[in-house]
Design a protein. Structure first.
Length: 438
């Protein structure tokens, strides 16, 4: 069965535009939608690009060829085989290369000349903003990506903060929203795969207005393991009208933190926490603690009022690093501490946390690569393993019952045999049984 994307429609709604398309896959026909500001009305001749890019990982996970009833950039269509090959080679157990059929391949002339950068308020996006503040016209934030659409309180808080940061730098804050993550989370892992194509789709929905979009890097060139947004992939999403730039891979996370450490807006508004449970930064999760560690080593943690008071040496020492991704960032912190000869009390805790991870999983990280499928698929895999374990347990119990019955039968036969022995022999046998049989 094909994965079909209907011709998207554009409708005015809530002071902006809703761009949506019906999707047909399996026995479902849901709608994928994007909401964009009024100043960014979508161009009809490039309307299919965003839907194709965003749904590519879902179709690859399902192994279904894509048919899209909309025009698509000829440049993008030419790049998709390479994009698919990279992701499929990284995650062969989850993703399969698929065929793509578009209603038309178009080479739309460049129009928009605005330059934007994705912005969530984290270290990576602050670094790109500071680095390119003279070139940027706006920062982009997407409701429904790192903060769920249903979390209205946190969404309002984050958007208010981003507006304040944009104002501090004299930039426009542009807000979009989408239900895209609802689709991808059912099929593939967001961080490992889906968020890269998702970010590209946001730029594509703004084609005709935006000519260049920076995607802040998560990792440096030293950390070249697979990730959804990657220096090898992001530029390949470019179209005739839009250029994507994977930005910041030349700098470590510590270097980025150092770059923004004396920026007033960062000190007041930095947001690294992924918990989204009410506190802006919880001060307890792995992302909070490793960022606070870097700021402590740089001697500026007290300037960042966005973090709660925490016994940092103890918290870092007790931190159980989750995976290779987290290990790399803590190793960067340790390397910097050793480079400057830091005597901060956080350093022994940092070493203890790293040593704990190495003892648990080894320097290579996970014993096997992380599962890149959806949460539902991971749960299905766990359920299958539980079924297998239950079958094995039932078999062992059945064997145990059989052995117990056999033991009782042999014990009864032995008792009958004992009755035929002379009394002296029975006494000797009794002594032996008491000595050796428990």
């Amino acid at each position: 069965m094909d994965f079909r994307i209907a011709l998207p429609t554009v409708n005015e709604a809530d002071g902006g535009y809703t761009v949506e398309a019906e999707l047909t896959f399996g026995d479902m026909s849901p709608y994928l939608w994007f909401r964009v500001p009024q100043a960014y009305q979508t161009s009809p001749d490039t309307i299919g690009d965003a839907f194709l890019a965003s749904m590519l990982p879902v179709a690859m996970a399902r192994g279904e060829n894509i048919v899209i009833d909309a025009p698509v950039s000829a440049k993008l269509l030419e790049a998709l085989p390479q994009i698919q090959s990279i992701y499929a080679d990284w995650y062969p157990d989850v993703l399969t290369r698929v065929e793509i059929t578009a209603a038309e391949a178009v080479s739309a002339a460049p129009q928009g000349n605005r330059t934007v950068s994705c912005f969530t308020g984290g270290v990576d996006s602050f670094y790109s903003l500071v680095k390119h503040k003279d070139a940027l016209d706006a920062v982009l934030y997407v409701d429904g990506f790192d903060v769920p659409l249903a979390n209205l309180v946190m969404s309002r808080t984050v958007k208010s903060t981003i507006s304040a940061v944009a104002s501090d730098y004299g930039k426009e804050a542009t807000f979009l929203s989408t239900n895209l993550k609802w689709f991808t989370d059912k099929e593939v892992n967001w961080g490992l795969i889906a968020h890269g194509p998702a970010l590209a789709s946001i730029g594509m929905i703004l084609q005709g207005h935006v000519g260049t979009m920076y995607i802040p890097s998560t990792h440096s060139l030293k950390q070249m393991f697979p990730w959804g947004s990657h220096v090898l992939v992001d530029h390949l999403w470019s179209t005739e009208r839009l250029t994507f730039i994977h930005d910041g891979a030349d700098a470590s996370r510590v270097t980025k933190t150092q770059t923004i450490s004396h920026e007033g807006p960062a000190q007041r508004h930095l947001r690294v926490c992924w918990q989204n449970k009410g506190q802006y930064n919880c001060g307890r999760c792995e992302k909070c603690l490793r960022t606070m560690t870097a700021l402590e080593l740089l001697g500026v943690l007290e300037d960042f009022t966005v973090f709660p008071e925490t016994d940092l040496p103890t918290a870092v020492g007790n931190l159980r690093i989750a995976n290779r991704n987290g290990l790399e960032f803590q190793l960067e912190n340790l390397e910097y501490a050793q480079e400057i000869g830091s005597e901060s009390p956080v350093v022994p805790g940092l070493i203890r946390s790293i040593d704990d991870f190495v003892a648990r999983k080894g320097l290579g990280g996970e014993v096997k690569p992380p599962f890149a499928g959806s949460l539902a698929a991971k749960q299905a895999r766990v359920r299958a393993e539980l079924v297998a374990l239950r079958k094995e347990t039932a078999k062992l119990r059945k064997d145990a019952a059989r052995l117990t019955a056999e033991n009782a039968r042999l014990t009864a036969r032995l008792a009958e045999a004992e009755k035929t022995l002379p009394q002296r022999a029975r006494r000797r046998l009794g002594r032996i049984k008491r000595r050796f049989v428990r």
